[in-house]
Design a protein around this ligand. Structure first.
Ligand code: NI
Length: 255
């Protein structure tokens, strides 16, 4: 049974030189990959890739870093893409990034909220990017709480308390390369403590390459090392981590 990488930016220019060879080769170890987007252009690219390759699915949305360029028209076009393409399985990635602050916090919050409402209207899950904004992320989610709200906190980096609160709000917690880094002591403790039925794995390719491939371009085949680390932390066979995270991803993305 194959792996499910819940978050890989396969349209990224890092894959331009060998994308057509790489993608079919990935299907030797992976059954599914979801491609999240950053803006209208990458949303279109993600949808095009998902329509070219059966095991690929897409999420469409505006990344918090570029919400300064967002508009009503772009939001409407993103909604249209989601409505007219069945391989779009989520809105994302959306959220808050207080690390880079390329966009003012208030603008980020406004477009996070708008895209949460879009996901709820379309009855789709959404993918949250939260970098150094755990408090505001949780309060916006609580303001927009509803039975239709669900999704994934991608590349989780917060505390156990935050993770538990997110699970109570209807979210899955996704771990990427950083949980494999030897220095991520706290993150490993969080992963060890969370219930397996709410855990997902991802690469966030082409970024965040886990050991033993540090320094190279990341691609979805490295999601195996995330599964292997979770198996070590949870004292379970890696096959069980692979099959349970795959089941969880199929459930949240409704595949
Ligand atoms: Ni990403």
């Amino acid at each position: 049974m194959g792996l499910f990488d819940t978050h890989a930016h396969l349209y990224d220019k890092a894959f331009d030189r060998d994308r057509d060879q790489l993608i079919p080769a990935l299907f030797k170890s992976l059954d599914y990959i979801v491609i999240p987007s950053e803006d209208l252009e990458t949303s279109r690219k993600a949808v095009a890739l998902a329509e070219t390759y059966d095991p690929l699915y897409a999420a469409v949305g505006i990344h918090p870093q570029v919400t300064k360029d967002a508009s009503e028209e772009i939001l409407r076009k993103i909604g249209d893409l989601a409505l007219s393409h069945p391989k779009v399985k989520a809105i994302g990635e959306i959220g808050l990034d207080y690390y880079y602050l390329y966009t003012d916090k208030e603008i980020q919050k406004e477009w996070f909220a708008r895209q949460i409402e879009l996901a709820k209207d379309l009855n789709l899950p959404f993918l949250i990017h939260d970098r150094e904004a755990h408090g505001d992320t949780l309060s916006i989610l609580k303001e927009h709480k509803s039975p239709a709200m669900r999704g994934i906190l991608h590349c989780f980096s917060g505390s156990l308390e935050t993770a538990k609160e997110l699970i109570r709000l209807g979210f899955y917690i996704s771990f990427a390369g950083p949980v494999v880094f030897p220095r991520s002591i706290r993150l490993k403790e969080v992963a060890a403590a969370l219930p397996l039925e709410r855990i997902l794995i991802e690469t966030d390719s082409p970024y965040l390459t886990p050991p033993p491939n540090r320094g190279k371009r990341n691609d979805p085949s490295n999601v195996y090392y995330v599964a292997e680390e979770l198996a070590r932390l949870k004292k379970l066979p890696v096959e069980e981590i692979i099959s349970r995270t795959r089941e969880n991803a199929i459930r949240i993305y409704d595949i």
